[in-house]
Design a protein around this ligand. Structure first.
Ligand SMILES: Cc1cc2nc3c(=O)[nH]c(=O)nc-3n(C[C@H](O)[C@H](O)[C@H](O)COP(=O)(O)OP(=O)(O)OC[C@H]3O[C@@H](n4cnc5c(N)ncnc54)[C@H](O)[C@@H]3O)c2cc1C
Ligand SMILES: *[C@@H]1O[C@H](CO)[C@@H](O)[C@H](O)[C@H]1NC(C)=O
Ligand SMILES: *[C@@H]1O[C@H](CO)[C@@H](O)[C@H](O)[C@H]1NC(C)=O
Ligand SMILES: CC(=O)N[C@H]1CO[C@H](CO)[C@@H](O)[C@@H]1O
Length: 589
């Protein structure tokens, strides 16, 4: 039975981080018919060649955000930036990974857009999944329907732009586009808006407005300011960020340390139980997290009450950028230097006026004022779920992949709520609103990977609707989980749809309790779990599901919170799983 599974066709949708590592893991396990489908012309997803630009630094540092099978060269200027990775570096890494391990081994269909995924109701056939695709280059077989036995959806949370209707179009000649198209439009923008001489009066040659307070908006503003362009950013609220005058040591930055400070849904170690279930522990957590944020704001001299300060305390927040050590060419430095103008809190409501060769349009704000003489508007307004278009309504219902109205708590949820009521900070601190929109919703995706209703069929998986601060490590762990699940390996998973539904309901209850302000912000594509800080604990749960050794960074009773987590820990997962399948015991680490 196992061999037949290996020869049956699998589709992976998306050629980003998730798609690539899932393809690699399936091939390594002996799957022989793997097809990766992507709309893009090349690999990388968020880090695709067409989306990155020079000067883009990401949140992660060297050693994170890579796969165990391929080393990553340290980024340029590593010692002064604390190993900060660049967008271009990520792109090159993904391309090398593809060339070395995947090209010619899995089938890649680039430039191919998935229109629909469905499973016809008649059962008993091998190839149960139908995928309707359209080749972006016009072709004779357009659209066509492909069939597969199993499907992995890896379309990510940053592939479908969210553009407010009132901002989608404006006066003729006003150049408007979404942040995801920034790299493609960069040359044209630099043509349209000339550099300013900051010592001169505004010469009226026009300016650029960036809408949004997230990481993309900040990166884009920094790039344009570094190119000498006049740029204004408009946002209501911005994210919190971490920053330091000297790069943090790996023992803090890349260990379990931060994850332990943030309460996870289960507290598996004595240290975590102390930190989160005792009065003193709560005080310590509160103190350290407050200190981290204060130090970060101090690193950039951000005054009390400034709109540059994030909206929520660190404990409650999963929208946090890691700026790393202070660089003169980064967003916050440029704002301080007056090279980026900040208009906040404000929302853009629309456009007026007209654009001519020497004059730009007006950008109207919700306080009745406007920004005049604008030639380019960049909408860093975020992303929406990448699933809404590709599942028919019936299929979505059958799988139960969308959020739905909260149901009466099952007994395991009630028990869990009692347990969580022992977490001191969840009770003491004042969280952001527990009544925000989306709060009445829950999701039914078990572990953020398998729609609970489909758990028995072992033919469909989502490559992690997990929100995590280390996408390399968690994506690789999830890829093994999915491969084991497809092959019918013995795993710790629910035995029925009912049980899976109850457990995912429990997870939803945790998310609402733990990150009340974030529920409305995250979209379906991330509704499975919000283990942003606590990704080491979440990855351990997935390893436990496969009966594999956990806490792989080891250390003794004193040193374990500070041991650097290396992706190499995962290099032997395929062998370990194979040994288990053969009935051999996995030696403990
Ligand atoms: C789940 C996830 C995980 C990621 N993990 C990593 C990682 O580990 N490392 C890494 O380097 N990068 C990571 N990224 C990439 C990077 O952080 C994302 O590109 C970024 O979070 C996306 O933010 P954004 O600024 O594009 O959109 P958002 O963060 O959604 O911001 C949109 C902004 O637009 C504002 N807005 C909307 N409409 C208006 C209006 N009319 N007027 C004014 N403002 C408006 C909103 O208030 C908000 O401030 C991740 C991204 C996601 C989604
Ligand atoms: C590295 O530093 C040098 C000198 O400061 C600078 O010119 C170069 O652009 C930097 N490289 C990157 C990728 O930031
Ligand atoms: C996989 O990587 C993508 C892209 O960085 C990220 O959005 C997603 O959350 C990751 N998934 C998991 C399970 O870590
Ligand atoms: C906050 C946010 O982005 N929410 C969006 C999530 O996606 C749905 C549609 O799938 C939008 O309606 C929400 O606005």
């Amino acid at each position: 039975m196992m061999d037949s599974v290996l020869s049956q066709p699998v589709a992976i949708i998306g050629a980003g981080v998730a798609g690539l590592i899932n393809a690699h893991t399936l091939l390594g396990d002996g799957f022989t018919d793997v097809t990766v489908i992507s709309r893009d012309k090349s690999v990388g997803g968020v880090w695709d060649r067409e989306r990155v630009y020079s000067g883009l630094h990401i949140n992660n540092v060297h050693g994170e955000y890579r796969f165990s099978a391929l080393d990553m060269p340290p980024p340029e200027n590593s010692s002064s930036t604390g190993g900060r990775l660049t967008g271009l570096g990520m792109c090159l890494y993904m391309e090398t990974f593809f060339d070395r391990f995947l090209k010619g081994k899995a089938k890649f269909r680039f430039g191919t857009e998935v229109l629909k995924i469905w499973r016809p109701s008649e059962d008993g056939k091998d190839k149960v999944w139908h995928i309707k695709v359209k080749n972006i280059e016009p072709s004779s077989s357009n659209p066509e329907t492909l069939t597969f036995s199993r499907v992995i959806v890896g379309t990510g949370g940053c592939s479908k732009a969210k553009i407010p209707k009132e901002l989608a179009s404006g006066p003729r000649g006003l150049h408007i586009f979404h942040s995801s198209e920034f790299a493609q439009n960069l040359d044209e923008v630099l043509q349209l808006v000339k550099p300013v001489d900051r010592n001169q009066q505004d010469d009226g040659s026009g300016s650029i407005v960036v809408v949004g307070g997230g990481k993309s908006a900040q990166d884009i503003c920094a790039k344009l300011a570094n190119e000498g362009r006049k740029v204004t950013v408009v946002f209501e609220k911005t994210d919190s960020f971490l920053a330091y005058t000297k790069p943090l040591p790996d023992a803090i930055r890349r260990s379990r340390f931060l994850g332990i400070l943030m309460a996870h849904s289960t507290l598996n170690t004595r240290l975590e139980r102390f930190l989160h279930q005792t009065w003193l522990g709560g005080k310590i957590v509160h103190f350290i997290l407050g200190k981290i944020l204060d130090t970060s704001y101090a690193a950039f001299n951000i005054p009390e009450g400034s709109p540059m300060r994030g909206a929520s305390p660190l404990y409650w927040s999963i929208r946090v950028s890691d700026e790393g050590s202070v660089r003169p060419d980064s967003y916050h430095s440029l704002v301080n230097a007056g090279a980026i103008a900040v208009v906040s809190p404000a929302r853009v409501t629309g456009y007026s006026g007209s654009v001519s060769s020497d004059k730009g349009a007006d950008i109207n704000l919700n306080d009745g004022t406007s920004i005049t003489n604008v030639k380019v508007v960049i909408l860093a307004t975020g992303y929406q779920s990448s699933w809404t278009d590709i599942f028919s309504e019936d299929m979505a219902k059958e799988l139960g992949i969308y959020r739905h109205k909260r149901e009466a708590p099952a007994s395991c949820t009630k028990k869990a709520l009692d347990y969580w009521s022992t977490y001191k900070l969840l009770l003491v601190d004042t969280p952001p609103s527990r009544h925000s929109p989306g709060h009445e919703q829950e999701s039914s995706i078990y572990r953020g990977i398998v729609p609970a209703k489909n758990i028995d069929r072992r033919d469909f998986a989502i490559a992690g609707s997990l929100f995590t601060a280390n996408p390399g490590y968690t994506n690789e762990t999830v890829a093994h989980w999915i491969s084991a699940y497809f092959q019918g390996d013995k795993m710790r998973i629910p035995e029925s749809a009912e049980e899976a539904l109850a457990l995912s309901q429990k997870q939803s209850a945790w998310m609402r309790l733990r990150y009340p302000g974030m529920i409305a912000w995250v979209n379906e594509s991330y509704s499975g779990s919000l283990d942003f800080w606590t990704w080491p604990q979440a990855a351990d749960e997935l390893l436990e599901d496969m009966y594999l050794p956990t806490q792989r960074s080891r250390g003794n009773w004193l040193t374990w919170p500070f041991k650097v987590i290396e992706i190499k820990e995962l290099a032997t997962l395929s062998d370990e799983r194979r040994a288990m399948r053969m009935g051999k015991r996995v030696p403990s680490l």
